[in-house]
Design a protein around this ligand. Sequence first.
Ligand code: GRF
Length: 212
Amino acid sequence: MKSIVILISGQGSNMQALLEADLPCRVAAVISNRADAPGLEIAKQHGIATEVVAHRDHLDRESFDTTLAHCIDRYQPDLIVLAGFMRILTAQFVARYQGKLINIHPSLLPAYSGLDTHARALRDGVKIHGCTVHFVTGDLDRGPIIIQAAVPVLMNDTTATLAARVLHQEHRIYQQAIRWFCHGYLSLTADGRVLLKRMEQPGCALITPGLE
Ligand code: GRF
């Protein structure tokens, strides 16, 4: 059975959804860069080993990433899952785990890379927004895309209502990506392409506002 390590920085709702998803893998540990991350308590309640590698204890990104890598390597995971992990990782760290490091981002990448995705989407008046699971490469928020979910943006949406609608879909697509990986269907090729050995299920068209 494959094993995964989940990295968090805060609430950990994606981590919680994964712990409750009965995934075909073992969650070896949950690691946070913040000792006060509420998600750590949730992990402990699920009997998962937890670790804190506090970025504040390190002089620079390189030393933080080195300590983080040593902590991860103690668990020898097949996959490292960034779930609301808010640190930018160095190119060396990403290269070390290329092909076994994934992230979830709250937008339809490449649109709205970076922060405050929902507020920016509302400000731009887009009608369709969503979330993306991707392999992490040295290019921030631009790694090869694995799966995406799109949601409608409604006229009376606030950042909070839109974020909640996207987060619900995050919880659905992240576990799908991890299931594929754990079953050996999902990989990143040497030339940086996503390889999914699965019969592609046609998604659905999202038209918003809906046709009358
Ligand atoms: C989510 O929107 C996720 O996409 C982003 O951080 C937010 C919080 O995630 N990376 P979580 O609730 O801590 O999993």
